[in-house]
Each structure stands twice: as structure tokens, then as C-alpha cells.
Design a protein around this ligand. Structure first.
Ligand code: NAI
Length: 261
């Protein structure tokens, strides 16, 4: 029998770029990665919000380093510049977490439908491929190249009046699978995380009693999840030891998607 081979469970010294990292799951992921010793580019729409998260991380006294950078992911040129800035600052790029997003509800027959569709697809689908294409030369030089796309349980099913978001998130899962096939030859893994209902900026306005009713009816674990609970699954997926996991869409949803009634 071959000798047992321990695989590394450390991302210390690796470099990650996280989009939408000023809030919710992106912020939790930035904290967690830095606490594990990774270098983190904390990107989001506004510089002051990125500064605040980087300052929190620095104050926490973790081994990793965080650099704040304003990045609107609907701007392809800005994505290219952010990748260049990351490589310039840290000397490489190993991990991409495409996480930025928002919720804009619109029925298919609303006048405002296109006003929801265009930015939703731009931020929550097109941006993912632009980030990957900009980062590819650097990922190809990495010893642990990892791409994580944050989809949703809305990428596995559909809620009413949400078709632009549902289309984007189904697209993210399709893009994840297709990129996993195309980039496998480079050893680059590509996986999607599908959060269920999580306590973040997106769900903040939902009244507590509605959250409770929904969770008790739909979620086997009978509660909303925490951003940290998603961030820890994202961490598992980017570990060097996760080297044979690719093309997956992993629900982190308290059991939402497996519950029939
Ligand atoms: P959040 O609102 O706390 O964080 C999202 C971040 O994305 C915000 O800081 C926001 O400024 C940023 N963002 C929005 N547009 C951007 C743009 N054009 N460029 C750069 N950054 C931008 O929300 P949350 O929940 O942490 O969202 C993260 C991801 O998780 C999103 O892709 C969302 O669709 C997904 N998700 C959230 C669920 C939930 O229940 N909270 C469930 C399933 C998926």
C-alpha cells in the first residue's frame, strides 16, 4: 500500500481577491482568510467601506495582511486593474472569490424589469468571467489555484418575482461547471457555493418575525445562517487539500434545498 499522504490544510501565504468584501459573506470570508494567514485584497464598491474592513482585520491581529481597494465589478477595466494591483502588492494571485451581489426583485411583466436584469447579470454573472479571465495568467503560476463563485440556492431552484437573479445564479453554476472543465488541465479548481438564507446586508431589511416564519417552514435547521458559516465552507473549498474538488455547486443552506414539505 502507498504511504498515507497528509495534504496541506493551510492557506497561509496564499493571496486572495474577494469581491463584495465590505459586508456579509465577503467580509466574513476576508476575516477568515486573513486569520488563516492569507493575504487578502478586500474589494467593494466604496473605498471607505473597504478601509473599514481592512482596519477591522488589522485590529484583530491576525497573521494575514488585508489591503482595501474600491472595485465596482460591473466595470471590466476596473477588474483588470484590481488584479494587477493585487499581484503588484502581494507578488501573485492564488484565490478568487466572486461574491459581490445585491437583490433587485422584479416580475417579468414589470416596466422596471430591464432595470433589474441588466445590473444583476453584469454584477452577478458577467463579472465572474471577467475576473477569471483577468486573473488566469497568475492562477496558472500558482501552486494552489482556486476559483469560488458565490451562487445561491436560487441557482438550484426559483423564488417568485426574482427571475433576473435566478437566471444570473443558474448562470453562475453553469459557468462554474464549464470553467472547471476548461481549466482542469491547469490544475485550477472552480466551485460554486450556494448559500440559503443568510443574515447579511441583503436580508437585513426582512423583519425578524418573517425570517423566523420562513426558516421554521422551509429550513430543516429552522434558522437563517450566519455569514461565518458560509465563509468556513468557502475556506474548505480553497484549501490545498481540496485539490480534487471541482465543478461543484455546494448548498450551504441549512437543508433548504433537500426539504420537500
Ligand atoms: P451583502 O449585501 O452583505 O454583501 C454584498 C456586497 O456586495 C456589498 O458590500 C455590496 O456593496 C457589494 N456589491 C454590490 N454591488 C457591487 C458591485 N457592482 N461591485 C462590487 N461590490 C458590489 O450581501 P451578501 O448576502 O453577503 O451577498 C454576497 C453574495 O451572496 C451575493 O452574491 C448574493 O447574491 C449571495 N447570496 C446571498 C444570500 C443571503 O441570504 N444573504 C443567499 C444566497 C446568495
Amino acid at each position: 500500500m502507498e504511504p498515507y499522504q497528509p495534504l496541506s490544510r493551510s492557506i497561509a501565504g496564499l493571496t486572495a481577491i474577494i469581491t463584495g468584501a465590505a459586508s456579509g459573506m465577503g467580509r466574513a470570508t476576508a476575516h477568515l482568510f486573513a486569520s488563516e494567514g492569507a493575504n487578502v485584497m478586500v474589494t467593494d464598491l466604496h473605498q471607505d467601506a473597504c478601509d473599514a474592513v481592512a482596519a477591522e482585520i488589522e485590529k484583530a491581529g491576525v497573521p494575514g495582511k488585508a489591503i482595501p481597494l474600491a472595485l465596482d465589478v460591473s466595470d471590466g477595466a476596473a477588474i483588470t486593474a484590481a488584479v494587477a494591483a493585487t499581484v503588484e502588492a502581494f507578488g501573485g494571485l492564488d484565490i478568487i472569490v466572486n461574491n459581490a451581489g445585491f437583490a433587485k426583485l422584479a416580475m417579468i411583466d414589470d416596466d422596471a424589469y430591464d432595470a433589474a436584469w441588466e445590473p444583476t447579470l453584469a454584477v452577478m454573472l458577467t463579472a465572474h468571467q471577467k475576473m477569471v479571465r483577468a486573473a488566469l495568467p497568475h492562477l496558472r503560476q500558482s501552486q494552489c489555484p482556486r476559483i469560488v463563485n458565490v451562487a445561491s440556492t436560487e441557482g438550484l431552484g426559483a423564488t417568485a418575482a426574482n427571475s433576473a437573479y435566478v437566471a444570473a445564479k443558474h448562470g453562475v453554476i453553469g459557468l462554474t461547471r464549464a470553467m472547471a472543465v476548461d481549466l482542469g488541465r491547469d490544475g485550477i479548481t472552480v466551485n460554486a457555493i450556494c448559500p440559503g438564507p443568510i443574515r447579511t446586508g441583503i436580508t437585513d431589511a426582512i423583519p425578524e418575525e418573517h425570517k423566523e416564519i420562513y426558516a421554521k417552514r422551509r429550513v430543516p435547521l429552522r434558522r437563517y445562517g450566519l455569514p461565518e458559516e458560509v465563509a468556513n465552507i468557502t475556506l474548505s473549498v480553497v484549501l490545498p487539500a481540496a485539490s480534487f474538488l471541482t465543478g461543484t455547486a455546494i448548498p450551504v443552506d441549512g437543508g433548504l434545498t433537500i426539504k420537500n414539505a
